[in-house]
Design a protein. Structure first.
Length: 210
């Protein structure tokens, strides 16, 4: 004869079977005190970051996290006003000029012809380009696009509007050096444009355990 389980025993079983809730590190990630950059260009507010130039800065400049990150997941909505300019998410990168806020390292690209590509800013150039047909089919160049980035070990996954643009293991950068295990995250405004505006909204960030 099988005895019925007590309510307490059933509750324990259900709790054990339930998936663990994932941490949400967004608040700490987006704390304005965690960021440094040209305050004439960048604004961090709530779950949004906006970068806007009124003139060509003359060099690529970035809003840089002070904390370093290794494995993480990031989602947000991205709008490049009128599709003009170029931007990107630097991941596991390093600040090489603290006055101009110049950064070197892997970059998830934003901009015409490069959406979702994995580029090496100052470290050898293109690592893996997005397929041009995928960009044409799934990216809304003058509208809002949803980015989903996962960095887990050497595997980097980049999705735009739910479609994978990059999804592979990258043991090395194009300059031959190992793909970095950790580093800062930084957001870019690119030289070469009289003015541009990039908006990152509904940002959600989670550190991933190894």
């Amino acid at each position: 004869m099988r005895l019925p389980r007590s309510p307490l025993a059933l509750s324990i079983l259900l709790f054990a079977a339930a998936p663990a809730l994932r941490a949400d590190d967004t608040k700490e990630f987006l704390d304005p005190a965690n960021w440094t950059g040209n305050t004439d260009i960048w604004k961090v507010e709530g779950t949004s970051i906006v970068g806007e130039t009124k003139k060509d800065p003359g060099f690529n400049t970035f809003l840089c996290s002070k904390e370093k990150y290794g494995d993480f997941e990031l989602t947000c909505k991205v709008k490049l006003t009128d599709g003009v300019g170029n931007s990107g998410f630097q991941i596991r990168s390093k600040l090489v000029d603290a006055k101009k806020f110049v950064v070197h390292g892997p970059q998830v690209d934003i901009g015409k012809g490069y959406w979702g590509s994995l580029y090496g800013e100052g470290v050898g150039g293109m690592i893996q380009a997005s397929d041009a047909k995928m960009i044409e089919k799934f990216v809304k160049e003058k509208d809002v696009n949803e980015y989903h980035i996962v960095a887990k070990g050497n595997k980097i996954t980049v999705k735009i509007n739910g479609e994978a643009m990059v999804d592979d293991d990258f043991p090395k950068l194009k300059d031959g050096k190992p793909f970095p295990a950790e580093g800062i995250i930084a957001l870019q405004v690119h030289t070469g444009y009289p003015k541009m505006k990039i908006e990152f909204t509904d940002i959600k960030f989670t550190k991933l355990k190894k």
